[in-house]
Design a protein around this ligand. Structure first.
Ligand SMILES: Cc1cc2nc3c(=O)[nH]c(=O)nc-3n(C[C@H](O)[C@H](O)[C@H](O)COP(=O)(O)O)c2cc1C
Length: 188
């Protein structure tokens, strides 16, 4: 299986990146091909809402010719896309939100073009957060579940760990084993 991990924290060596390590390790141990892509260091403009992508069939078709095209290439290669993000203001952090908004050209719902460039792909969430569990992650998870339904993607679930002591929280046996177990579950 081809797995794309989109790491959306502004901190490239922060908590979310730390929790991605055991997840990736286990994916590879289980024989998956993994592509880890950080978003904060990419040039990705916010969606301008022009709907031009809805008139372009068979390709992404966004007028913003930036690094989102590399993300789209990764998405098209992947069987499973893991959205890894810290929770910021009860949702994902900005680098990931820009990618989510720019998904429009992957669905051709609102213009002359038809079809989808990503229907049927599997999606999962890896999150880190300051507040406890579902209280922190529910709004983002609900948004992603709705996006998946809207886009005909298969939502597989979420694994998250609370930030109680910065990096140390994500290096505990429970956090590491939890991430590995989640990876095995996603590959089933
Ligand atoms: C600007 C900002 C907003 C945050 N908002 C939330 C929030 O709404 N809910 C929450 O549980 N944690 C929140 N946090 C805590 C982070 O989600 C948490 O520390 C996370 O592990 C940081 O991951 P990172 O090191 O990958 O950036 C926020 C942190 C920052 C810096």
């Amino acid at each position: 299986m081809n797995v794309l991990i989109l790491m959306g924290s502004p901190r490239l060596q922060g908590n979310t990146a730390e929790l991605c390590k055991p997840l990736m390790e286990e994916f590879r141990t289980q024989g998956a091909s993994v592509y880890y892509m950080t978003l904060a260091d990419k040039k990705i403009a916010p969606c301008v809402g022009c709907y031009a992508c809805q008139e372009v069939a068979g390709e992404y078709g966004c007028v913003c010719k930036d690094d989102m095209y590399a993300v789209v290439e990764g998405i098209q290669w992947a069987d499973l896309i893991v959205f890894a993000t810290p929770i910021y203001a009860w949702y994902c952090a900005t680098p990931m939100k820009k990618v989510l908004d720019r998904h429009y050209g992957l669905n051709k719902y609102y213009g002359s073009a038809e079809g989808s460039l990503w229907a049927g792909k599997k999606v999962a969430i890896l999150a880190t957060h300051g507040y406890d569990g579902a209280y922190a992650t529910d709004p983002f998870e609900m948004g992603m579940q709705r996006l998946c339904k809207h886009s005909n993607l298969e939502y597989l679930g979420l694994y998250s760990v609370q930030d109680e002591d910065n990096l140390a929280s994500f290096r505990t046996e429970a956090a590491v084993e939890g991430a590995k177990e989640f990876a095995r579950k996603l590959l089933k």
